[in-house]
Design a protein around this ligand. Structure first.
Ligand SMILES: Cc1cc2nc3c(=O)[nH]c(=O)nc-3n(C[C@H](O)[C@H](O)[C@H](O)COP(=O)(O)O)c2cc1C
Length: 226
């Protein structure tokens, strides 16, 4: 009798140990398989800034890519860049991952010089370097791409991003902040660069209204089904 109890106890402990080990292995496995946060296609070091709190909205995996500045801005310096404010509202509703485009060479801190450099970049069709590794976009179905309007379109550094990742086959959603140009040419730029993507209606928010734009952002997202 006593021997039977000991055998039973050992068997129960063995089952418990196996269950715990299995959970640990599963957890590690899912961490390794989770979507890229700052991983580069080339496997370079982790990015300085991508962040994520989860990336699911329903069954869709969503990434928010944005470029935004606090200095050299029309109404700066700012605590948080206008476009980042909007990006964070989208993140709060969708639970998406975020990737920030960080320039390898920062722009000037004054507005006038920034506009001159931006215009020169546009005239030269430049591709300013990005400091942080590009995200692995393979697992995402939907990618929001947000930036300030510079001279009527996305800043050229967003083109650098667009040239570096293939977003064909995905759902793309532009958003901007601006001082009057709305979405500029962002929607048509995305459609031209990725002919096999579906480009949804974007949202342009005036920079000075970014902080109070949450209801508009939510309404827009709801209209798109997010
Ligand atoms: C270089 C540069 C060019 C700009 N060009 C335009 C423009 O063509 N149309 C417009 O409405 N706003 C333009 N703006 C204003 C910005 O789009 C606006 O201030 C934006 O909200 C800044 O966003 P951020 O804080 O996320 O960088 C320009 C600003 C800069 C710095």
């Amino acid at each position: 009798m006593k021997r039977t109890r000991i055998i039973t106890l050992v068997a129960v402990l063995a089952v418990l140990a196996a269950a715990l080990l299995g959970y640990d292995l599963l957890r590690r496995g899912s961490d390794a398989a989770s979507p890229a946060r700052g991983q580069s296609d080339s496997g370079a070091a982790e990015s300085a800034n991508p962040s994520a709190a989860g990336s699911d909205a329903g069954d869709s995996k969503i990434l928010i890519v944005y470029f935004s500045r606090t200095e050299g801005v029309y109404d700066g310096p700012l605590d948080v860049g206008h476009t980042k404010v909007v990006a964070d509202f989208i993140q709060a509703r969708t639970g998406a991952d975020e990737y920030e485009i960080v320039p390898a060479t920062d722009y000037p801190t004054d507005y006038q010089s920034t506009t001159e450099i931006a215009q020169a970049e546009q005239n030269e069709d430049a591709r300013p370097a990005i400091a942080n590794p590009l995200p692995d976009v393979a697992d995402y179905d939907t990618v929001f791409i947000g930036a300030p309007i510079w001279w009527g379109e996305y800043p050229m550094i967003v083109r650098t991003f667009m040239d570096g990742v293939d977003l064909n086959g995905k759902t793309l959603v532009p958003f901007t902040t601006h001082e009057g140009s709305g979405l500029g040419t962002t929607q048509s730029q995305l459609a031209a660069q990725y002919p096999d993507a579906t480009v949804l209606d974007g949202l342009g928010v005036r920079g000075g209204e970014a902080e109070s734009s949450r209801p508009d952002v939510d309404e827009w997202l709801e209209g798109l089904g997010f």
